[in-house]
Design a protein around this ligand. Structure first.
Ligand SMILES: [Fe+2]
Length: 244
């Protein structure tokens, strides 16, 4: 199989970032686009991002923001800032957008790898994997050597071998050895939170079974300006340049 995948996470309605990432991926010979969820929320262009993702035939799983923007459920579990933007985003979406988000699956297996927004153990509970203990719970459900995920907006690799689980810095290329499993957080296209404002994503080559972390600069100022013009809270503009 000669497919080359771009794995995009947490785009969060940032069309400036998404456009640049798609262009960068194409320049690297990517043939297929995959999204680990949270297409919408936080930034100003939810419908435009859904439109582009659908045009790319991007296989997508559901993020918590995608869920809460398309199901009329209580937002009590959300931080007030996130909850206010979900309410705003709901008002921007067309019926067709909402119906598309509503039908996204929680997880999917494709071309020998799995994909989920949060973690494979109870994906509908939106647990955050920030340590080895949380990664261990995921590995019990991971039946493929690689699973891609997002949700924390922080790229990282959890690796399980016969001697245990460790975490690896998301730099350069990785390839699972026989018997090894990788649980790979691809980071965020539209709202990185690891202190680096550049978009983060992963390219996976199905032929070589090698994955590579990519960082791409985009026009952060333009995205900030769009958020301000839309009347979104100032914090959602400044965090883009801070990468937090
Ligand atoms: Fe997110």
């Amino acid at each position: 199989m000669d497919k080359k995948f771009a794995i995009l996470g947490d785009i969060h309605a940032n069309i400036d970032a998404l456009n640049v990432v798609v262009e960068d991926a194409r320049s690297r010979g990517v043939t297929d686009f995959i999204s680990v969820g949270d297409i919408v929320g936080y930034n100003s262009r939810p419908s435009e991002c859904i439109k582009l993702i659908r045009e790319l035939n991007c296989v997508t799983v559901r993020g918590n923001h995608d869920h809460y923007c398309s199901y009329n459920e209580s937002l009590d579990d959300f931080q007030p800032l996130a909850a206010s933007v979900i309410a705003w985003t709901r008002r921007q979406l067309s019926e067709d957008d909402v119906s598309w988000l509503h039908n996204l699956p929680y997880q999917k297996s494709i071309a020998g790898f799995m994909m989920v927004h949060s973690t494979l153990d109870c994906p509908e509970h939106w647990g955050y994997v920030f340590d080895i203990l949380a990664a261990e719970a995921n590995f019990s459900y991971q039946t493929t050597s690689i699973c891609f995920h997002g949700h924390t907006h922080v790229p990282i690799v959890y690796q399980r071998t016969s001697i245990g689980i460790s975490q690896l810095a998301p730099v350069g290329k990785f390839k699972p050895a026989i018997g090894q499993k990788l649980f790979v957080n691809v980071g965020s296209v539209g709202q990185p939170r690891d202190g680096d404002p550049r978009s983060s994503y992963v390219v996976y080559d199905a032929k070589t079974r090698e994955l590579e972390f990519i960082r791409v600069p985009y026009d952060v100022e333009a995205a900030m300006e769009k958020n301000r013009t839309a009347g979104l809270p100032e914090r959602l503009a400044t965090r883009l340049e801070q990468g937090r």
